[in-house]
Design a protein around this ligand. Structure first.
Ligand code: ARG
Length: 589
């Protein structure tokens, strides 16, 4: 993704451009400029270039040093080793660059992506009449971060919550409700999310028991499925009741997660019912799908069962029923042709990877996906318990999401309370911060490891004040706010004429990378890189505190101002970055 070069191209980008311009004419080479321990940057690209041109690398490097335009950027450059360049930039360049970022309001100098398009993202997709579990949590958290990041870089994003709201189980549920009316009536007005879910659980259990024990009920339930599929009005109205009751529950969980899910974006499996027949017809007419033992199937050379026989994607069952695949294929047509997406993202459990591989390949064969319109599954791994096994309660049941979030909030509140006296927090603030810290901890743990890896759900570690946790970042932010409050009349102001201490340079150069980093994160759909960046930022800040006093009488006033400027920009960057991950940064903690 090429970025729009703006006033606030990073020092790194400006230096890379200056070096590229100093290379021999027509040398289409990357100077391979990296941060380095020896100087600020090291350029390694001249070696490869010299090899290609059969030139002496050290000589070539010396020529580049002679030709490079300084532009006030370079303080020192030397040829080292076989032909590397070690480059130190001027303090002025760093401070001026940061000042331009600081002057850019909310965007902090982050450019818009040049080739922004339209992405449809499928995430946060629980199932009607069922509990949400940790897998649904991961999809929601990762999906929400990707949405925020993409929108920030100028992408048009359409959200789709592909909830599981269709299937034969509804025959049983609806029939039971017909025979036991009033079960979902709410006399006392509104119900809470918890009540809604417990109503649904009870209905599910009771109807299941009847279904398994009463043959006649079973027959009536099966007939009800046919009515539902035929669009019978009374049956549909009852089905809608289940959907609405479930949504009360879903929204209560998303609310607890401090996440906005908008109703029009909830387009569940049922939303594609009208397209299923045509999808099958198109696939069959084009020969992409073929009839096999009555079912409409798509075959793949590389998808075989343990017996070596090909395992097809079944688009329509032999009894005429449509399943998960037909719905997903119809959703692709809708997203590509009606919503005009050029990128389709699916934040779904890695255990569904084979399904998506087959669905995407089918859509490609049908011409719905191609080089200009791509689909990608952002597959995520399994959440494990401390024992390294899939996360379950001690009784072996799936952990209820709400319980888990409540526990995280409890633990976090205890951590906040311990420090609250020193900061002078009111009880109300303790409760609010406890929520932000607890939910932040859960989200951050999920977002700070590469999505596809399994991760251990360990609340003790998640709310720890030391290490790679959201609380550590939240405290870094709050500490800066406290310094800014204590600064009295001194205001943050950049002083490019000042010499910077090593810790200030390191912090400054890292801050300066924010824009580039974000564009990279948006393009690769990897929020964990943003989490890593923010953690490093907070670590640079810690080193800076160790080595540089901000508010000290020994400092000249402009040093105080410049340091306030540095920490203020750090706070704003932390705040923006955390917000993009869906995590709050309380002002006082
Ligand atoms: N509801 C599904 C589940 O709970 C996830 C849906 C994923 N999205 C999709 N388009 N198939 O596993």
């Amino acid at each position: 993704m090429a970025s729009v070069t703006s006033l606030t191209a990073s020092v790194h980008q400006r230096l890379a451009a200056a070096l590229s311009a100093a290379l021999p004419e027509n040398a289409d080479a990357d100077p391979l400029l990296r941060r380095s321990d020896r100087a600020d940057f090291q350029a390694n690209g001249i070696l490869a270039l010299a090899k290609k041109a059969k030139a002496n690398p050290r000589e070539l490097a010396t020529t580049v040093v002679e030709r490079v335009e300084n532009g006030g950027l370079i303080k020192d450059v030397e040829v080292s080793g076989p032909g590397f360049l070690n480059i130190t930039v001027t303090d002025r360049a760093i401070t001026e660059n940061l000042a331009a970022r600081a002057a850019d309001g909310e965007r902090l100098g982050v450019p818009y992506a040049q080739d922004a398009g339209t992405t449809v993202i499928d995430y946060a997709q629980p199932n009607v009449a069922k509990e949400m579990h940790v897998g649904h949590l991961r999809s929601a958290v990762i999906g929400d971060a990707v949405v925020q990041i993409l929108e920030f870089t100028g992408e048009t994003v359409v959200r789709r919550h592909h909830i599981g709201d269709w299937g034969t189980q509804f025959g049983m549920l609806i029939q039971y409700l017909i025979e036991h009316p009033h079960e979902l009536d709410h006399e006392g007005g509104e119900v809470s999310g918890e009540e809604a879910m417990s109503n649904l659980n009870r209905l599910y259990k009771d109807s299941r028991a009847l279904f398994d024990s009463d043959e006649e009920f079973k027959t009536r339930a099966r007939r009800r499925v046919v009515d539902l599929q035929a669009g019978d009005a009374e049956t549909l109205a009852l089905w809608q009741k289940f959907v609405d009751e479930s949504k009360i529950y879903f929204y209560s969980v998303f609310d607890k997660l401090d996440m906005e899910i908008r109703d029009p974006d909830v387009v569940g499996e049922s939303g594609y019912n009208d397209m299923l027949e045509e999808t099958c017809r198109l696939l069959e007419e084009s020969g992409v799908a073929v009839r096999s033992e009555g079912a409409l199937c798509v075959f793949f050379d590389d998808v075989k069962g343990p017996d070596g026989k090909p395992v097809p994607l079944i688009v329509q069952k032999s009894d005429g029923g449509y399943g998960y695949a037909a719905t997903d294929l119809s959703a692709i047509r809708d997203r590509v042709f009606s919503l005009k997406a050029d990128t389709l993202l699916y934040v779904v459990d890695a255990r569904q990877s084979l399904h998506f591989k087959m669905v995407f390949e089918t859509a490609r064969r049908a011409g719905w996906l191609n080089d200009g319109t791509k689909a990608e599954q952002l597959a995520f791994g399994t959440v494990l318990g401390k024992d390294g096994k899939p996360f379950k309660t001690r009784e072996g049941e799936t952990v209820r999401l709400v319980d888990l979030l409540d526990e995280a909030i409890d633990r976090a509140t205890a951590v906040v309370r311990e420090k609250a006296g020193k900061v002078g927090l009111s009880e109300e603030e303790i409760v609010e911060n406890g929520r932000y810290v607890g939910i932040g901890a859960v989200k951050y743990a999920d977002l700070s490891t590469s999505a596809v890896r399994d991760y251990k759900f360990d609340l003790d570690q998640m709310v720890s004040l030391n290490g790679d946790t959201s609380v550590y970042l939240q405290y870094a932010y709050a500490r800066i706010q406290s310094i800014l409050r204590k600064a009295g009349d001194a205001r943050p102001a950049a002083h490019p004429e000042l010499e910077l201490a090593p810790a200030e340079r390191a912090l400054g150069l890292h801050l300066d990378q924010f824009g580039e980093l974000l564009l990279d994160v948006a393009q690769s759909h990897e929020p964990h890189k943003l989490a890593a960046y923010l953690y490093q930022l907070a670590s640079h800040l810690t080193t800076f505190y160790d080595q540089c006093q901000v508010l000290s009488d020994a400092n000249a006033p402009e040093v105080v101002e410049n340091r306030l400027f540095l920490v203020d920009l750090t706070a704003r960057t932390l705040h923006r970055g955390m917000a993009l991950l869906g995590i709050r940064t309380p002002e006082r903690l």
